[in-house]
Design a protein around this ligand. Structure first.
Ligand SMILES: [Zn+2]
Ligand SMILES: [Zn+2]
Length: 417
């Protein structure tokens, strides 16, 4: 058996033994299906349930699982071996925001790939085909940093503050935000009204939040063949308000006008030059949608569409629409990082720093680092490392082992926790 995997199992088990109080169990805990993935063996253990918290803690402290999930759904028989036998009784509404699904500049710094055929390497996202040998099989190494996790966090805040609270009328106490332990955040909504919703209804909610299929005339942007077009009014709640705010934001920060698709360069220049006078009219009550000569309804539609992209939240649709979805248990550890899957509330979310606030291990150990990027953990900055043997704080060592970038040296011991 791989020594590094045995090491992680042991450290995780000891953590659950030592600090079980971080576990946050979902409501109707005994109706949930649990699933476990392992360090030292393949496959998952699924279709099991627990009758009380002590039983679950004992199990985790003994087995040291790499990943722990529970079902967003409640079942009459959560441990039935097939979905059709479980007797579904509703599910929480969950949203998954994963930095890996966003395209961000920092990925060019900390992600890399290499071709399995010819070993050509590159930074950022892997190409469709290898530029040298045209092969399509790659090994990818992805990392996460303050920047991409910050973007993911802002999306989580957006879902809560711009959609769940104002538009869906969910109360703050029914919302839980969880750092996923790796590249993103989960938003859980426990409201009674969402429990019975099926997949199709949940897809409607995702479409609303992601701004898919918005029809502008229904949100205040009415085409007129002559005269001044009527535009969205910020006093009308819902998407009309969001589009109005988005359009105002464009003219408040004219440097982003150049990013708007479907506008010609000279049109963008004109809009940039006259941004402040356009904004002044947009801020009147009612707003006046006046553009410089030569720009009309087509330009307004392009600007409105751009605003929708800015105001919508980026969620991973399949997670929300799957009514049998398994989601990470808050208070468990993520097997690829050793980070705590940390429960937050809408207030603590703002200041949360996963590289400090999700660290649970103390002590140090000797590891052999194959290759790792520069990163920051706790208050320590780590330089990029290649093929080096070194003593690292346990949290950094577990992160690198979990990410497949380091191994435990055969002779190396641990100067324990
Ligand atoms: Zn190649
Ligand atoms: Zn990043």
């Amino acid at each position: 058996m791989d020594k590094a995997e045995e090491f992680l199992k042991e450290k995780f088990a000891a953590y659950y033994q030592r600090e079980p109080e971080h576990l946050t169990l979902p409501p109707e805990f005994e109706q949930r299906e649990f699933a476990f993935f392992w360090f030292t063996r393949r496959g998952a253990l699924r279709h099991i349930s627990f009758i009380n918290q002590e039983e679950l803690i004992q199990f985790m402290a003994k087995e040291g699982p790499a990943h722990v999930f529970y079902s967003a759904a409640k079942y009459r028989k959560p441990d039935a071996p097939q979905m059709s036998l479980k007797e579904w009784e509703g599910a929480n509404l969950i949203f998954d925001i994963d930095a890996d699904h966003l395209i961000l500049p920092c990925q060019k710094i900390h992600d890399w790939w290499y071709c399995k055929e010819c070993s050509t390497r590159g930074k950022g996202r892997r190409p469709e085909t290898c530029p040298k040998c045209q092969a399509t099989a790659f090994q990818e190494k992805k990392w996460m940093c303050k920047e991409c996790l910050g973007v993911a966090k802002n999306e989580a805040i957006k879902i809560i503050e711009e959609f769940l609270l104002p538009d869906f009328g969910v109360v703050r106490d029914d919302i839980m935000v969880v750092f996923s332990g790796h590249r993103g955040y989960h938003v859980h909504c426990f409201t009674d009204e969402v429990q019975p919703l099926g997949s199709a209804e949940r897809r409607e909610i995702v479409d609303y939040i992601t701004g898919v299929g918005l029809d502008f005339p229904h949100h205040g942007l009415v085409d007129q063949s002559y005269g001044i077009p009527k535009g969205p009014d910020a006093r009308t709640p819902g998407w009309e308000q969001k589009i109005a705010h988005g359009i105002q934001a464009v003219f408040r920060n004219p440097s982003i006008i150049k990013e708007i698709p479907h506008l010609k360069v000279h049109q963008k220049e004109k809009l940039t030059r006259e941004a402040s006078s356009i904004l002044r009219r947009l801020e009147e009550n009612p707003p006046r949608y006046v553009l410089p000569k030569g720009l009309g309804k087509v330009a307004w539609r392009a600007i409105a569409q751009f605003s929708v992209e800015q105001m919508s939240a980026k969620v991973d649709e399949p997670v929300t629409t799957d009514i049998h979805r398994l989601i990470r248990l808050p208070g468990s550890l993520h097997g690829k990082t050793g980070f705590l899957v940390k429960k937050l509330d809408t207030k603590s979310l703002e200041d949360f720093d996963p590289f400090k606030d999700a660290q649970v291990f103390e002590g140090s150990t000797e590891v052999y680092v194959k290759e790792s990027p520069a990163f920051m953990l706790g208050n320590t900055e780590y330089p990029p490392m290649t093929e080096s043997r070194c003593e690292l704080p346990l949290s950094a060592a577990i992160l690198l082992i979990g990410k497949g970038m380091a191994t435990i040296d055969e002779e190396g011991g641990t100067s324990d926790v």
